[in-house]
Design a protein. Structure first.
Length: 338
């Protein structure tokens, strides 16, 4: 369950570039339907198997945190951001959270936003800000990386407060999709009348995607932007939705079943990676739903994100409350930074 020093992001011509990606690749990507942020997935590339073995094990990088969530990689200068959620406090029993930065080689971990109120994090298409599911204000927020200033992306749906936005994904044209279970609502009033939902934000307009899921949790887009994946924690299922060019979605279909689906991500071949908080594994599926294997990271696995200089390192937040940590494993296919 998903329960200040300035940062600097560098972009080229306003587009986030990854190692080995050329301007021509980005230009070609701009002609494709809205999907991955430009440069994340080089086009016209053949990929091999993502896992060296069907049962792969990740290595622990650090631990002793309360409850880590929402990893996202910022390519330049190269660091990982994540949320560390603490025990609920106050009469409304809301969980405070801190935004941390992990920088590899030499490894450092530091606080960048002491009271971020965040859970899931995603990178904006231009690489200049973080879009955050922020349960402290029951909203979706944007943190500018240059100065860490915070703005509201979405605060209500048809005038009603959300439950506790949990995880988020962003299309290359800036359309935001997020889940809204009630895990961190605490004792605040239920303005959604018992519904837990998935929403879309386009410009300043919030639209309902689906309010028929029990505790929707992780959320991710396919590289071409044509499929939206959502993990329904309360159903032990991962669903997929076809996505139209305008960002609207079609009916959901069952993609896969795992115990306690939490956060997920996608690689550039379209393979789907989903964390299970129940069995401590990241389950890996082909785009058609065929099980490819698992990555083990210990009990309490919460979320996943690709990063590193070649974006082939899978970072995993995992661990029991009070000893939550960050794990990593190098895989055969590059993928999304969140």
């Amino acid at each position: 369950m998903k329960t200040r020093s300035a940062l600097v992001a560098v972009s080229t011509a306003g587009l986030l570039l990854v190692a080995g990606t050329t301007a021509a690749t980005v230009a070609h990507a701009a002609d494709l339907p809205p999907g991955a942020p430009p440069g994340v997935c080089p086009v016209d590339t053949e990929h091999g198997p993502p896992l060296a073995s069907p049962t792969t094990t990740a290595s622990r990088l650090f631990g002793a945190r309360t409850f880590l969530e929402g990893p996202v990689w910022v390519a330049d200068p190269g660091y990982l951001l994540m949320s560390d959620m603490r025990a609920a406090t106050g009469p409304q029993r809301v969980q405070p959270s801190t935004m941390l930065r992990y920088t590899p080689g030499p490894a450092t971990v530091e606080t960048v936003v002491a009271e971020s109120g965040s859970n899931g994090l995603a990178l904006s298409p231009d690489g200049t800000s973080i879009v955050a599911a922020t349960h402290d204000q029951r909203s979706v927020s944007r943190y500018q990386l240059a100065d860490l200033s915070r703005q509201t992306v979405a605060a209500t749906f048809q005038g009603a407060a959300f439950n506790s936005p949990n995880d988020v994904t962003v299309r290359s044209d800036g359309v935001v999709y997020f889940t809204d279970p009630d895990f961190q609502r605490g004792r605040r009033a239920d303005a959604m009348n018992g519904r837990t939902s998935v929403f879309r934000v386009s410009g300043s307009t919030v639209t309902l995607v689906d309010d028929g899921l029990r505790q929707p949790n992780g959320i991710a887009l396919s590289p071409d932007g044509g499929t939206l994946y959502v993990g329904a924690y309360g159903e032990n299922k991962i669903y997929s939705y076809p996505v139209r060019a305008d960002g609207s979605t079609g009916p959901r279909t069952l993609f896969a079943s795992i115990a306690g689906p939490d956060g997920g991500t996608i690689d550039c071949a379209g393979n789907v990676y989903w964390a299970s908080g129940t069995d401590g594994l990241v389950h890996v599926f082909s785009p058609t739903g065929v099980k490819l294997g698992t990555v083990a990271s210990g009990a309490g696995t919460t979320n996943v994100a690709f990063g590193g200089t070649d974006r082939q390192t899978l970072f995993i937040t995992s661990g029991r409350t009070g000893d939550s940590g960050l794990y990593s494993v190098h895989l055969g296919v590059p993928g999304y930074p969140y």
